[in-house]
Design a protein. Structure first.
Length: 330
């Protein structure tokens, strides 16, 4: 922890564990640290970052936290809330893509919160190159970012496995990205919560890369909602349940034998990484039920399957494209 604090205070980058995925952290008040972070990820400048804090009172120093009070019991946890920014000087413009709002999260990771308490608010996108699969282990961070990161803090595999739920509370509540905190959990506390981009959002500033089509993408093509009997012998297979298929055992990754969605979310990105490493051209994915965290899994898989810009995944160039959710053949 002392090393993480000293690297961050010198405006370096540190990969830190959270309960969702590993984050690449930088000081939110430092222009140079934030610039270094965008460069390391190859992240488009119009895509804002999440500011991570140790406590709600730390967030109150730069954001209007009143709208978040009804859901504060979900923190620390896999939830991000977009709020009005009250002290612009504390969060550099680049971190929020120049906007008047700020995304705030209190992660359920004791080491992350301890570092944030010592250093101040930390921006932390997933510790992968922009548009690629998020890392849920320290080894995956090293494989993604290698030389770009000063220090990786290894706390084992992330418990949840998919990124935090993002809800915008700067107006009528709107779910921008599904996650382990479900739409129902939000509505139980906030009343009605709209889902998806607001009408006309495509023309405005980017609200959330959850809204981008190609994202979370492995190198292989991804074919969704494939029943076991329809899997081809030359495909890799991301399986949900215990059924057999024509895929070779060494190209099969089982998300959950007994169809547990939390277990499936936990293994999702590791499964995509391992199957990608087999060199298979296509990853066939079992149908995942669209309930609870299953909605977050389906959201990430649809982005992994979406058409990609030539030359590799990049969330920036594909921003205008609608999400089709259709299987891709390459
Ligand atoms: O679970 C997580 O949230 C992980 C861990 C590391 O905390 N972080 C993460 O960060 O997923 P990133 O950068 O990959 O995703 C940030 C999301 C994007 O969808 C971004 O557009 C949205 O938050 N976002 C950030 N600031 C925003 C704002 N002011 N308004 C709307 N959306 C915002
Ligand atoms: Mg990300």
């Amino acid at each position: 922890m002392a090393r993480a604090v000293s690297v961050l205070e010198a405006d370096g980058l540190v990969a830190l564990p959270t309960e969702t995925v590993y984050g690449l952290a930088a000081r939110a008040a430092s222009e140079s640290a934030v610039a270094r972070l965008y460069a390391a990820k190859g992240r488009p400048a119009h895509n804002p970052l999440i500011v991570h804090v140790a406590s709600l009172s730390d967030a109150a120093a730069f954001a209007d936290i009143a709208p978040a009070l009804p859901i504060a019991d979900l923190w620390p946890g896999p939830l991000t809330v977009v709020l009005a920014l009250t002290e612009p000087a504390r969060i550099v413009p680049a971190a929020r893509a120049g906007g008047p709002t700020v995304a705030v999260r209190i992660p359920d990771s004791p080491i992350f919160r301890a570092v944030a308490a010592a250093v101040g608010p930390l921006v932390a996108p997933s510790a992968n190159r922009s548009g690629r699969v998020s890392p849920t282990t320290a080894a995956a961070v090293a494989a993604e970012l290698g030389d770009e990161v000063g220090l990786v803090v290894d706390a084992g595999a992330c418990r949840v496995g998919v990124e935090s739920t993002v809800v915008d509370l700067t107006g009528p509540p709107r779910l921008l990205r599904p996650g382990a905190v479900t739409h129902d959990a939000l509505q139980a506390r906030l009343g009605p919560v709209a889902a998806g981009p607001a009408a006309g959002a495509a023309e405005g500033p980017l609200r959330s890369p959850g809204l981008l089509s190609s994202h979370y993408a492995p190198a292989a093509a991804v074919r969704l909602d494939v029943e076991p009997a329809e899997v081809h012998a030359d495909e890799a297979w991301l399986a949900f349940g215990a059924a057999a298929s024509a895929a070779r055992p060494e190209r099969t990754f089982r998300l959950s034998l007994n169809c547990d969605l939390d277990e499936a979310a936990h293994g999702l990105y590791e499964g995509l990484r391992r199957l990608d490493a087999t060199g298979a051209q296509t990853i066939a994915v079992s149908p995942i039920p669209a309930v609870g965290v299953g909605l977050a899994i389906r959201d990430r898989l649809q982005r992994a399957a979406a058409p990609r810009p030539a030359g590799g995944g990049n969330e920036g160039e594909s921003a205008d494209r609608p999400t089709t959710g259709q299987p891709t053949q390459r």
